[in-house]
Design a protein around this ligand. Structure first.
Ligand code: UDP
Length: 342
């Protein structure tokens, strides 16, 4: 049986990947330190004999005591407000966490897949963004901790590929949405849905003319699975090219919730990219992949999830709590608590 290690397993994308891999017949070893992930995202895997969970901060080395065939490195804070609150951890998991997971892959002869990001393109000067574009990133701005960590991570992965001959994959993930996002992670999808459901105005940053392209999580997971099975070490964009302004997006969410379109304008965050749209030619050609889920359907599923989520479920960084624990959790002793800032 194929065994796949997923870091960030309790996160939004990591937990959906665990589900998909288990459905594909893999044994999955999930690893997370619950810095921004949550136990409830894995609670349904309690007692599943093809799932093992290890509580650990992957920025610190770990020896995995069973054979591993694939490693998917998905651990990282992933929302701009998390980077502001957790800048050092964000840099560490993208750099040290990538190095540690590559070390595990090398020791096990495992195939390695890095979760990279459209943020490597920064505030792009080329539109839409093909993988060949090198980006326009401000290394010293508040988002730099994520962008540069992921750029470093890509360089590290390619070095292990070229120097150690490791089989590697890099997925550049564009804005993705769906069930299991944290209600208060600060990103636009949970914010607008939470606000619309509460009958509050939706907070549009700037004038709302900046654009994003939103991909539903099942499409993304399918693209990642295809990439894992492919033989391409070059980065591949996975995202939905359907681009819209944030103001249009607010309208779409108000319509999907059945709420009035009340907008409250707020300051645009520093270095907020003006535009973002994936060029998915490479994914189409190499993986035969393209997104299938229309926005209305994806929003329907996501809104249903947020409606059902207990109203006061804590979900800030480090707010994992112990409720709905993910089965037999193994804790690896470390000298540093996840919330410590260094
Ligand atoms: N945004 C917004 N209102 C919010 C949250 C975000 O207008 O309450 C905007 C944000 O300024 C950005 C876009 O929505 O232009 C997407 O933001 P998000 O934080 O989801 O992700 P990003 O693509 O910036 O990493």
């Amino acid at each position: 049986m194929t065994t796949t290690l997923v870091t960030g397993a309790a996160g939004f994308l990591g937990s959906h990947l665990c589900d998909r891999l288990i459905r594909e017949g893999h044994r999955v070893v999930g690893l997370d330190n619950f810095l921004t992930g949550h136990r409830r995202n894995l609670a349904h895997l309690d007692g599943n004999d093809r799932f093992r969970f290890i509580e650990h901060d992957i920025s610190k080395p770990i020896v995995v005591d069973e054979p591993i065939d694939n490693i998917l490195h998905f651990a990282s804070p992933a929302s701009p407000i998390d980077y502001l609150e957790l800048p050092i951890q964000t840099l560490k998991v993208g750099s040290l966490g990538t190095h540690n997971t590559l070390g595990i892959a090398k020791a096990h002869g495992a195939r390695y897949l890095l979760a990279s990001t459209s943020e490597v393109y920064g505030d792009p000067l080329v539109h839409p963004q093909p993988e060949s574009y090198w980006g326009n990133v401000n290394p010293v701005g508040p988002r730099g901790v994520y962008d540069e960590a992921k750029r470093f991570a890509e360089a590290m992965v390619m070095a292990y590929h070229r120097f150690h001959g490791l089989e590697t994959r890099i997925v550049r993930i564009f804005n993705t949405y769906g069930p299991r996002m944290r209600r208060r992670d600060g990103r636009v999808v949970p914010n607008f849905i939470r606000q619309a459901l509460a009958g509050e105005p939706m907070t549009v940053y700037g004038d709302g003319s900046q654009t994003r392209s939103f991909c539903y999580v099942s499409d993304l997971v399918d693209g990642i699975h295809r990439l894992l099975l492919s033989d391409t070490a070059e980065p591949v964009n996975i995202g939905n090219p359907a681009e819209m302004s944030i103001l249009e997006f607010a309208r779409a969410i108000a319509a999907a919730v059945g709420a009035s379109e009340r907008i409250e304008y707020r300051d645009l965050p520093v270095d907020d990219p003006r535009t973002r749209q994936p060029d998915i030619t490479r994914a189409r050609q190499l993986l035969g992949w393209e997104p299938r889920v229309p926005l209305a359907e994806g929003l329907r599923q996501t809104i249903a999830y947020f409606r059902e989520l207990a109203p006061e479920a804590p979900d800030g960084p480090g707010a994992s709590g112990d409720e709905g624990a993910a089965g037999a959790t193994e804790t690896v002793e470390t000298a540093e608590r996840p919330r410590e800032r260094r």
